[in-house]
Design a protein around this ligand. Structure first.
Ligand SMILES: C[S@@+](CC[C@H](N)C(=O)[O-])C[C@H]1O[C@@H](n2cnc3c(N)ncnc32)[C@H](O)[C@@H]1O
Length: 197
């Protein structure tokens, strides 16, 4: 296992803001949206498959995916120590979940070992979106899926092109995003081709 340095500390969220963030954004604003995301990202992932939540923050999406599909291995990744503490306490005792330090640009997984990579409200924090998407493409198995959910107002306008440049194919899977901010969210979905073209 390579050692992981974390030079990308760009948008790391920590300190006192973690608790109110978790309560308000996670518990109120995004609650129904997490259910919808969890439903979409787990379709087609076989039992025993692995799902990674990049920039998991307080870990609510990890918990939601694990609740919905207890047969999956679900890992949350975040560079923020304070977020990791919160995510760990949320998922402690939830079978087959893990929360690990890491960044979108440097994920602690082998090549082609992940069935689905999802991120929620995190992509606009990544230090280098092109590098991050290439890294997420690296860990996806052929046929694996990428889901990036973020605020329309914050989404990097090049993200679609960067997903394609990373070797993934954008798909038009329309994740109908619901909840109080549903209309302000965008979801980009993509798939890693089964064989190199
Ligand atoms: C707004 S929070 C979103 C948390 C959670 N996914 C949610 O839906 O509420 C953004 C998260 O991205 C994390 N983050 C910042 N830079 C990152 C990077 N380079 N790679 C991965 N995550 C990062 C922050 O620490 C923070 O937990």
């Amino acid at each position: 296992m390579p050692t992981h340095h974390h030079p990308h500390q760009h948008g790391v969220i920590g300190g006192w803001v973690v608790r109110p963030y978790d309560w308000f954004v996670g518990g109120v604003v995004m609650r129904s949206t997490y259910r919808r995301i969890a439903e979409a990202v787990t379709v087609g992932v076989p039992d025993g498959g692995r799902v990674v939540d990049v920039g998991t923050g307080p870990g609510r999406l990890v918990a939601e995916i694990a609740r919905r599909r207890p047969g999956l291995d679900v890992t949350g990744i975040d560079p923020s120590q304070d977020m990791l503490v919160r995510a760990r306490s949320r998922t402690a005792g939830v079978p087959r979940t893990r929360v690990l330090p890491g960044t979108a640009e440097d994920l602690p997984f082998e090549n082609e070992s992940v069935d689905a990579v999802v991120s929620s409200l995190s992509s606009h924090h990544w230090a280098d979106t092109a590098e991050a998407l290439a890294e997420q493409a690296r860990v996806l198995r052929p046929g694996g899926r990428l889901w990036v959910v973020d605020l329309r107002s914050h989404l990097d306008e090049d993200l679609g092109d960067e997903i394609t440049a990373a070797g993934l194919r954008l798909s038009d899977d329309d994740l109908r995003l619901v909840g109080p901010v549903g209309g302000r969210l965008v979801c980009l979905a993509a798939r890693k081709p089964l064989a190199a073209a």
